[in-house]
Design a protein around this ligand. Structure first.
Ligand code: ADP
Length: 623
């Protein structure tokens, strides 16, 4: 063989190796240690190739022998690099402790030592000389014991690494398989070449040329399939650390891979299940699943799988996706599943609570209807009763007055006193009955407002007049005023409005011992008018400011004894004001006085939709 051919081959090997180093050096950020190891490996290959070339071209025997020995530095360490690459690339990182790496290097270290001290013991070679082999001047040798130890050791490392790589890729989908081919070619090529050199008694060492093939295969694998970028181990790490279960099936539905989460979620699916058909494994677990649907469909399936019984029953959300190769042929399936038992239970609880709420709501609506009906019946009853009571009561009042006037003869002192009491109580009773009648009319929806235009001043004078006697008895002056911005005539139910204001004014007079009572009618804004009834009386404590608007409520029981009254006045006032489309509010402080304020629409409208309660705006600040 011509020297030039060998040298060209060696030169190509160096170029390929350099290209590869250049390529993978750029990939270190993504491929990490694997890329560095391949780079080291290729540096070793270049070392071997260069010294092999120098051995060929050198003219002195001494230098030839030096190059021969120097190239062995690469030869002995290349299997170690391969081994480390195989371990790293297949995820056996935890094996690569510094101690183990050091152990791996013991044999190559000893071999290197023996190579350079061979003259002393002849353990590597019994003879080393220079000879002409096929027209090429090379170092010839007769190998000795340690050479075979070194060869055996190298093959064990390379075979082990190949085994790991093969196992790693055997179950991987198509893309990884092609990476495997690239990798295996790169591993097997130098092995075969080396074997041929050693056992075939060949004059030339073909191994460095084979490494050209290795370089080519790795470069191809790297550029074409991103050999190092799509490192399967990265995928495995992701899949293994996922909380969702993952099962990979082949085209026949056999389990080829599963992650730890799959085993955790479905205890029946252990790594032992690999190789078995998933459907059989699930069938053994007594899962309620439409298996025919699963096995027949090739697209995407989302299903719920119930496994186990009683307290151990679990619901899984299962997603099955099909994988296709480049010829659109089904190559396998991936089953992803997660445990949704807790979510299902929570959903069920919410559903039950919702149902309970709907039922409670129905019951409430029913109860409300009944209550409304009962209120209406009560109001109707009271309206009728009040009417029936008033007639005889009017007779009592009428005859008492006649007797007191002396029409039926002169009364003795005692008789007059008794008649006075009869009349006072009858009048109180009549007031009470009138109030009840009004309230029940409003509640029964039988009170209609009669809107008429009336003169505001005349209307106010009448109100003041009605309260004057009582006020003068207590030396109180009623100050009444009307805002000049208001029209002289307004439209409202004058009688009902009068009832409202008289109620407030008589309360003001009743609960004031000294000071003043004021009534002011003002324009509130364009659409509303405001009536303030203000006194300097006993005031209303904060806790009672809300309740006094309810029926039969007074600030305290003594109020009834001391001031009389029924506790119905303000309840009627509020209901009437709301009917008129307005609202009432109160400001009061105990010992200083109270101000009741009514705000009404200027063009009075009848409001039946507003609830009286919603309309009361109470202000509890100090006056
Ligand atoms: P009554 O017929 O008892 O006056 P009301 O409904 O008109 O019934 O008033 C309820 C209670 O509110 C009164 O008993 C009284 O305790 C309190 N009250 C009403 N107006 C005043 C006021 N101007 N000053 C002090 N307390 C008042």
């Amino acid at each position: 063989m011509a020297v030039s051919v060998v040298l060209i081959a060696l030169g190509l090997t160096v170029v390929f190796s350099m290209v590869l180093i250049y390529q993978i050096w750029g990939q270190r950020s993504t491929a990490g240690l694997s890329a560095s190891l391949i780079a080291f490996l290729m540096v070793a290959v270049i070392w071997w190739t260069i010294f092999y070339g120098l051995e060929i071209v050198s003219s002195t025997e001494g230098f030839k022998q030096f190059c021969f020995r120097a190239k062995f530095l690469a030869i002995v360490f290349i299997p170690v690099f391969w081994m480390l690459f195989g371990l790293q690339y297949t995820g056996r990182l935890q094996w690569m402790t510094a101690r183990r790496i050091a152990l791996l290097c013991i044999f190559p270290g000893v071999t290197t030592l023996l190579i350079w001290t061979n003259e002393l013991h002849g353990l590597m070679w019994t003879y080393l000389g220079v000879g002409d082999i096929g027209g090429i001047s090379l170092v010839t040798s007769i190998t000795s014991t340690w050479f075979w130890v070194h060869s055996a050791y190298s093959y064990v490392l390379i075979m082990t690494a190949s085994y790991f790589l093969f196992r790693q890729f055997a179950g991987s989908p198509g893309l990884y398989r092609r990476q495997l081919v690239a990798l295996l070619v790169s591993v097997i090529a130098p092995m075969i070449a080396n074997a041929v050199t050693i056992f075939g008694n060949q004059p030339i060492d073909y191994t460095p040329f084979a490494f050209a093939v290795t370089g080519l295969a790795l470069t191809w694998g790297l550029l074409r399939f991103q050999l190092l970028e799509l490192v399967p181990i990265a995928r495995n790490l992701v899949v293994d650390s996922m909380t969702d279960g993952v099962i990979v099936l082949d085209a026949q539905g056999r389990i080829v891979d599963l992650n730890p989460a799959a085993n955790q979620i479905i205890s029946g699916i252990t790594p032992d299940a690999i190789g078995k058909r998933l459907i059989h494994v699930i069938a053994m677990m007594d899962a309620q699943l439409d298996l025919t649907r699963w096995s027949a469909t090739t697209g995407e399936i989302q299903d719920e799988l119930v496994i186990g019984e009683g307290a151990n029953q679990r619901t899984l959300d299962v997603k099955l996706s099909s994988l296709y190769d480049s010829h659109h042929k089904l190559s396998g399936r991936v089953v992803l599943f997660r445990d949704i038992t807790d979510r299902k239970l929570a959903e069920q609880q919410i559903r039950h609570q919702n149902e309970a709420l709907v039922t409670a709501n129905h019951q409430l609506v029913e109860a409300r209807k009944q209550a409304e009906h009962a209120t209406q019946l009560k109001s109707q009853f009271l309206a009728t009763m009040s009417h029936e009571l008033r007639t005889p009561l009017n007779a009592v009042i009428g005859y008492s007055e006649i007797q007191l006037m002396g029409i039926a003869g002169e009364l003795s002192g005692k008789q007059r006193e008794y008649q006075d009491r009869i009349l006072a109580n009858a009048l109180h009773l009549l007031g009470l009955i009138n109030d009840i009648l009004d309230l029940s009319r409003i509640e029964a929806g039988r009170m209609d407002l009669l809107l008429t235009p009336f003169n505001l001043q005349t209307w106010l004078d009448e109100i003041v007049l009605q309260n004057r006697v009582l006020a003068e008895e207590k030396q109180l002056v009623i100050e009444a005023s009307i805002d000049p911005r208001l029209p002289e005539v307004i439209v409202a139910d004058s009688e009902r409005l009068k009832q409202v204001v008289i109620n407030l004014l008589s309360n003001a007079v009743k609960f004031t011992q000294e000071g003043s009572v004021k009534i002011a009618v003002t324009r509130n804004d364009v659409d509303t008018l405001k009536i303030d009834v203000q006194d300097t009386g006993i005031g209303i404590p904060i806790h009672a400011q809300e309740t006094i608007f309810e029926e039969f409520r007074q600030v305290d029981g003594s109020s009834h004894r001391q001031y009389g009254g029924t506790g119905l006045g303000l309840a009627i006032v509020r209901k009437l004001v709301v009917m008129m489309g307005g609202h009432i509010r109160l400001k009061s402080e105990v010992g200083k006085g109270s101000t009741f304020t009514i705000v009404l629409p200027l063009k009075a409208e009848i409001s039946k939709t507003t609830t009286p309660e919603a309309m009361v705006q109470l202000e509890t600040e100090t006056l």
